[in-house]
Write a protein that binds this ligand. Structure first.
Ligand SMILES: [Zn+2]
Length: 369
């Protein structure tokens, strides 16, 4: 599998309003199972453009944008998850100190000393750490187990905070030149992309947009959303890890290639061929790659690695749904702060919009390899 990049396409320009919306989405807190803050923004954004927009039993936002003309049109489901990884308070120990559990895939070694926002009011807190002055040399060699950590909001911090409340890393959105840094770029980049697709829905298809819940704990919202929509095919729009740090030198001073990159920033949207949950439908891989080539949109194939997206649940709905994922690459996924390129995000929207606009029923009669 080769990395495919082309730089023929002009650099896209993002409207300030799109970036502002992404900032709102990233700064909102929506740890799995409590997605209400992001859901409110999504509903506000899609209701003026979608024919229908409703909240289902699990909390997914399901929006429909029917195409135009008579005759049968493809029912195409797009999915982006609203939830993010984070924490759930599990016990109040008094004096503003709480035991907690992680929600979604989090490396516990990264937690100590991190500022957090607690509850829907974003109360400031911290995941406490024993100061270095008091640790022994032996302790400093070992990761602190999760059950020794606490979230501390200070005594009298807020009497409303209780077990069951969620917390997130307290990382405000920031622009860094052509990049952006935020928590929850996974998957607010996808949510922002899907909102934009609803606002500019192609008329050759019926666009079925699912803003899903509980992806980070097992693709749960997507499963019921796909059942409800009963689509002909589906595309999950997500953010995928990039580990494209610079090459390093071996002990002889020779540069070593970093082959663990998964995806690279600045190389455009990542088209999936396979991940831990899905073997992408080859007709959709071909359609997306051909569209990118025809439109001179940079793209890359996601390299092997673990993880899965909503496509893994959608493909198994009802009698099966041809599915694929397209992701915006992001560094430092599932940590306190991720980093992504604005251009990769814009090209992802451009590729998806162009690919949807070129879809016809023929894609389903194409050869299934
Ligand atoms: Zn994700």
């Amino acid at each position: 599998m080769t990395l495919k990049t082309t730089h023929k396409a002009p650099q896209p320009r993002l409207a300030a309003a799109q970036i502002k919306l992404l900032e709102r989405l990233c700064n909102a807190c929506a740890v799995s199972g409590d997605e209400s803050e992001v859901r409110a923004i999504v509903l506000e954004q899609v209701r003026p453009y979608a024919e229908t927009a409703r909240v289902d039993a699990l909390g997914n936002v399901l929006a429909t944008c029917p195409g135009q003309g008579t005759g049968r049109r493809l029912r195409v489901m797009l999915a982006a998850h609203m939830d993010e990884i984070g924490f759930m308070l599990t016990q109040d120990e008094g004096d503003g100190i709480f035991r907690f559990d992680t929600v979604g895939g989090i490396d516990e070694r990264q937690l100590i000393g991190k500022p957090v926002w607690v509850g829907c009011d974003h109360l400031p807190g911290v995941i406490g750490a024993k100061p270095i002055h008091l640790t022994t040399p032996d302790e400093r060699k070992r990761a602190i187990p999760l059950d020794s950590l606490r979230i501390d909001i200070g005594p009298g911090g807020n009497s409303k905070v209780k077990a069951g409340d969620r917390a997130t890393f307290a990382t405000p959105f920031a622009r860094l030149g052509p990049s952006l840094r935020a928590k929850a770029l996974d998957d607010r980049l996808g949510v922002a992309t899907l909102i934009e697709l609803v606002r500019h829905a192609p008329t050759n298809i019926d666009l079925l947009a699912a803003f899903t819940v509980q992806e980070e704990v097992g693709l749960r919202g997507a499963q019921v959303a796909a059942y409800a929509f009963d689509p002909d095919l589906a595309i999950a729009v997500d953010s995928t890890p990039a580990f494209d740090l610079p090459v390093w030198e071996d002990e002889n001073g020779r540069p070593q290639e970093n082959i663990f990159y998964n995806t690279r920033l600045d190389s455009g949207p990542a088209i999936y061929i396979a991940d831990g949950a899905t073997l992408a439908d080859p007709r959709l891989v071909r359609h997306l790659a051909e569209t990118a080539e025809a439109m001179h949109i940079p793209y890359q194939y996601r390299q092997p690695g673990g993880g899965g997206t909503d496509a893994g649940a959608i493909q198994l709905a009802r009698a099966g749904v041809p599915s694929i994922s397209v992701s915006i690459p992001g560094r430092y996924a599932h940590t306190a702060a991720g980093l992504a390129r604005l251009s990769d995000w814009q090209y992802t929207f451009t590729l998806l919009h162009a690919s949807l606009a070129r879809l016809s029923m023929d894609i389903l009669s194409g050869e299934r390899q």
